[in-house]
Design a protein around this ligand. Structure first.
Ligand SMILES: [Zn+2]
Length: 106
């Protein structure tokens, strides 16, 4: 399983980087935090944009990444990934958001 090893190593590298950055932003001084934000924000914006692009709707309103296989696996936009991104960015409780989506029939 060489691909799984590469993926796990990549995950650990990203998680370690995020942990280090989080520590700097939360515990570092103003200058250190500002430098980290200037250095890291463009990469984060690119990552989020890439994710948004991958989870965009097809002509039927289904997520192009989450919709694979038979019709019963189709996922409408916003899919779980988009909901998770939105919740993380705006600190929304995802459980509460799921309930509000269910009420609107989405
Ligand atoms: Zn999706």
């Amino acid at each position: 399983m060489p691909n799984m090893l590469v993926h796990n190593e990549s995950d650990r590298t990203v998680q370690a980087h995020l942990h280090r950055l989080s520590r700097i932003v939360q515990q570092g001084g103003e200058d250190e935090s500002a430098k980290a934000a200037r250095a890291e924000l463009p990469g984060f914006i690119s990552a989020v944009n890439a994710c948004l692009e991958r989870h965009s709707p097809d002509s039927n309103g289904n997520c192009v990444s989450c919709t694979k296989g038979p019709w019963w696996r189709r996922r409408r936009v916003p899919c779980r990934m988009l909901i998770a991104i939105h919740a993380a960015m705006f600190e929304i409780d995802t459980a509460q958001h799921r309930h509000s989506l269910a009420e609107t029939g989405r």
